[in-house]
Design a binder for this molecule. Structure first.
Ligand code: ZN
Length: 126
């Protein structure tokens, strides 16, 4: 059975990946705005030629945040997918992802969804 330390290490790695994805999303947002501002007229002209004036105005407003949304949601989706494949982060009985209820799992050593034991009791060093 998995120890509390092993579960915490896997959950901490998951949390670090979420933070990295958020930081990359923020960088993509700044890059998207910088590019969209510097190429504003060229982007608007290209959209206007392809879709017409009304849709070009909408797309011009969406363009700066598009890279950030792709990085953020793509990264979070990939991280969730990796977590669902990690047996240390899922309940062996019901298969639910336990990283979202980490404190409950560590405190009780049971799955918060089905109640089955998922973590070993800590061994006494004394
Ligand atoms: Zn369970």
């Amino acid at each position: 059975m998995l120890s509390i330390e092993e579960f915490n290490a896997a959950a901490s790695a998951y949390t670090r990946r979420v933070l990295v994805v958020c930081a990359l999303g923020l960088l993509a947002m700044f890059a998207g705005f910088a590019i969209a501002v510097s190429l504003r007229d060229a982007i608007h002209e290209w959209y206007h030629r392809l879709f017409g004036e009304k849709i070009a105005e909408v797309l011009k407003g969406v363009t700066p945040s598009a890279p950030a949304l792709v990085v953020l949601f793509g990264g979070l989706w990939a991280n969730e997918r990796a977590a669902k494949r990690d047996p240390r982060l899922n309940c062996p009985s019901c298969g639910m992802l336990l990283v979202g209820i980490r404190q409950i799992v560590v405190a009780t050593r049971n799955c918060g969804f089905c109640g089955k034991r998922v973590l070993a009791d800590p061994t006494d060093a004394a």
